[in-house]
Design a binder for this molecule. Structure first.
Ligand SMILES: *Cc1c(COP(=O)(O)O)cnc(C)c1O
Length: 430
């Protein structure tokens, strides 16, 4: 049964929920027929250059022959088998690849189906670790304002309590501690006063299990870039105060900020106790996430009752997802990524710079493969999206942010069209 664009829209309007959307007065979505390279083909025949990489995921573009082949090959053996009591090559293969990418002592991997679940797993690992060491009172978290970590209950409790989109649920989630969002811009020179509030919370509270943060770039909470030195100091403070450190690299991982992982930005090597990966991990094909931790933590959890780590998703380590993810990571390994991201960053800077002169623009910032125009007043998402689509570009602005994180394979001419359209659309919106 092939539905027309009109039929799709009718069913969609009557029955389908969209992210953060109303069923009563929904914004009309664009029906997509197919996607290839960096282009989305709509059912009315229009083609849009994709500036979103489907929310950080489609780093190689769409319909990529290498990832298609990995999927097809895996389908011939098995799409899925349960991970309870069974194991398989796709999981083991992906684990080996990931462990080559992350520094020691990160060594133990928990595969789950989405970023939010990877965050839940990280939080539960931290709580169960302290429980095993006889410190069950350490069960709260210290997070950063303007942070975003997902939509499930645990993850909601560490999102910014005001701008985190979950204020409505504040009574049902655990109350955690929040430090001021990092104020030092990415390139700014460091001063210890930037982390004074964070330090104070660690000094005052001894019930903190872990700190959780998005290293260097806070994404959905405001597209803010901050100094890598913050990570170095956070690591020192966590060690000093006996608190675990969780890095949520779900958006930043796999080169998006200019390094393989954002926590590679500091000159000295720092390693979190728990690392969350997701989004780009499968090149945007299927949902898969990973939570990676140390032997120290897995040993502690294994040595006291209940000895097992208490989590186990139905689709854990799905073979299809693992195979595609492994192919995506191998493909990344064949690219000169450092070069590619530098060029992308340079081009975004060049093409977005003219926006700085617009009266309604508060800031223009670029880091790695992320370009942001921050306006002075919130933009009307629907009219802005339409305006951009008329220029042949797919973007989804929110709040005061018109931003892009295009697929890494985007051609120079497409990138120019994308960025120039952003500047024009912001100017026309006034
Ligand atoms: C998107 C995101 C998540 C949640 O991932 P889902 O796959 O949407 O559940 C968590 N943390 C960060 C930093 C994210 O950007």
């Amino acid at each position: 049964m092939k539905l027309s664009g009109h039929e799709i829209l009718k069913i969609d309007r009557e029955h389908l929920w969209h992210p953060y959307a109303s069923m009563k007065c929904p914004v009309t979505p664009f029906p997509v027929e197919s996607a290839s390279g960096v282009r989305l083909r709509l059912s009315d025949g229009r083609e849009l250059i994709d500036g979103m990489s489907s929310w950080w995921t489609a780093i190689h573009g769409y319909n990529h022959p290498v990832l298609n082949l990995a999927a097809e090959e895996q389908l011939k053996s098995m799409s899925h088998v349960m991970f309870g009591g069974l194991t398989h090559g796709p999981a083991a293969g992906l684990a080996s690849l990931l462990l080559e990418l992350v520094p020691a002592p990160l060594d133990k991997i928990f595969f789950s189906d989405s970023g939010s679940v990877a965050v839940e797993v990280a939080m539960k690992l931290a709580v169960q670790y302290w429980h095993s060491l006889g410190k069950p009172e350490k069960k709260r978290f210290l997070a950063l304002r303007s942070g975003y970590h997902g939509d499930t209950a645990g993850a909601m409790s560490v999102c910014d309590p005001v701008t985190g989109m979950h204020g409505l649920f504040s009574d049902m989630v655990q109350e955690n501690y929040f430090a001021e969002a990092p104020q030092c811009r990415f390139d700014a020179s460091w001063d210890d006063s930037y982390i004074a509030g964070f330090r104070k919370l660690l000094v005052e509270h001894d019930d903190i299990a872990a700190v959780i943060m998005e290293p260097v770039m806070q994404g959905a909470g405001g597209m803010r870039f901050y100094s890598p030195e913050y990570l170095v100091k956070a690591r020192e403070l966590c060690d000093e105060h006996g608190v675990l450190l969780i890095f949520d690299e779900i958006a930043t991982g796999f080169w998006r900020t200019g390094k393989l992982f954002a926590f590679h930005h500091p000159k000295s090597t720092i390693v979190p106790d728990i690392l969350c990966l997701g989004k780009a991990m499968t090149g945007g094909y299927v949902s898969l996430a990973a939570t990676i931790t140390t032997e120290n933590i897995s040993d502690a959890i294994s040595e006291s009752a209940p000895r097992a780590f208490m989590h186990g998703p139905t689709f854990m380590a799905n073979p299809l997802a693992c195979s595609i993810s492994a192919a995506s990571i191998r493909l990344l390994g064949t690219y000169p990524m450092e070069d590619i991201i530098l060029k992308l960053e340079g081009a975004l800077r060049r093409f977005l710079a003219p926006a700085l002169r617009l009266p309604n623009v508060a800031d223009v910032r670029v880091l790695g493969g992320v370009g942001v125009i921050e306006t002075r007043r919130p933009v009307d998402m629907e009219s802005m999206t339409m305006r951009l689509a008329c220029k042949g570009v797919w973007l989804r602005p929110f709040g005061r942010l018109v931003y892009t994180m295009p697929p890494y394979v985007i051609a120079g001419s497409d990138l120019e069209r994308l960025a120039v359209s952003m500047v024009e659309a912001v100017e026309e919106e006034g």
